[in-house]
Design a protein around this ligand. Structure first.
Ligand SMILES: O=P(O)(O)OC[C@@]1(O)O[C@H](CO)[C@@H](O)[C@@H]1O
Length: 319
């Protein structure tokens, strides 16, 4: 089974409207509330695809209670540390035609005891599964670190999870990503901006992304699954390198699309071109759904996915 950990989860409130007019009262045509946070979304997508998963997370306040209820209603197994602070609420404003404005709250500050309790809960979840048919194959740790957790927190987690015998997928950015690389995560999943930030130079072509991913591998990442938005995804690993794309006619909301991709990748084994194709199919399906709704197998169109080892290095990236 696949365990996810989201140290800074959220309730995601989405407002859909034709056009956002800043500085005025805008009235939404539709609104929705989804459980959020990157690891939470990975668990939602895995559950939608019929995989066993547990979402480990800190929860606090009324918002934390609501997040827990929403997850249980969606049939997601939750293992939570109760914290003193309030779980954050993030807001997305989705305009017709694909424009998206997102405001992510900073979230609660975790105490040293709460931070240690979270690491202990991951260890227990991994230990309890062992030998019961629920062995943890992968642990996906995703999203920003809340205040109170040092940038090295993910590095500590990678070492702990490896010593318990599971593989680890890491989707984070900035100092937390850089600090975790030397602990040799099995896969990291940066987007184009995160790749550029990590290597300290611009990424304007597919070839630039390949070079940046190669640098992350040199610094310790075993595989790099890089999402390049509408241009596709790259998988750079010891066994080989592949590029893939999955064209989408109309983007409705790309919130959580990267999380859906990671779920597709891990659900398909977490290595090789078939897993990359599954990641692309999940990401393409997710952007066509409202808010951060995660795709079910019926939403996927695997025939639209193209994966090749012949990487178009010179191709410029859009946007
Ligand atoms: O602030 P972070 O942790 O970087 O990102 C949080 C978040 O934007 O990521 C998910 C989409 O990937 C949303 O559910 C959530 O609101």
């Amino acid at each position: 089974m696949i365990v996810t950990i989201t140290p800074n989860p959220s309730l995601d409130r989405t407002y859909e409207l034709p056009t956002l007019t800043p500085g005025e009262v805008n009235r939404a045509a539709h609104d929705r509330l989804d459980p959020g946070g990157k690891g939470v979304n990975v668990s939602r997508a895995l559950t939608a695809a019929g995989h066993r998963t547990t979402a480990v997370l800190p929860l606090g306040g009324l918002s934390g209670g609501l997040l827990s209820d929403l997850l249980r209603r969606q049939g997601i197994d939750v293992a939570a540390v109760t914290i003193a602070g309030d779980t954050r609420i993030n807001v997305s404003i989705a305009e017709d035609g694909g424009g998206l404005t997102k405001i992510n709250a900073v979230g609660p500050e975790l105490s040293a005891a709460e931070s240690a309790a979270l690491l202990a809960l991951v260890r227990d979840t991994q230990r309890i599964g062992r030998g019961t048919g629920n062995d943890v194959d992968w642990l996906a740790c995703c999203g920003s670190l809340p205040r109170g957790l040092a940038p090295e927190w993910y590095a500590q987690l990678v070492a702990q999870v490896h010593s318990g015998g599971a593989r680890i997928a890491l989707d984070t950015s900035g100092p937390a990503l850089l600090a975790a690389l030397s602990a040799r995560p099995d896969v990291v999943k940066p987007n184009r901006e995160e790749l550029a930030e990590a290597v300290g130079r611009q990424v304007t072509t597919v070839g630039d992304a390949v070079d940046a991913a190669g640098e992350l591998r040199k610094r310790g990442a075993q595989q790099v699954l890089a999402s390049l938005g509408a241009d596709g995804m790259l998988l750079i690993a010891e066994e080989g390198s592949w590029f893939g794309s999955a064209p989408v006619a109309v983007v409705r909301s790309d919130v959580g699309a990267g999380d859906a991709s990671l779920a597709g990748f891990l659900g398909a084994g977490g290595t090789g071109p078939e897993a990359l194709a599954a990641a692309l199919a999940h990401g393409a399906a997710a952007v066509q759904l409202p808010g951060s709704v995660m795709p079910t197998p019926a939403d996927l169109d695997p025939a639209a996915v193209v994966v090749t080892a012949d990487i178009p290095l010179e191709r410029p990236l859009r946007g």
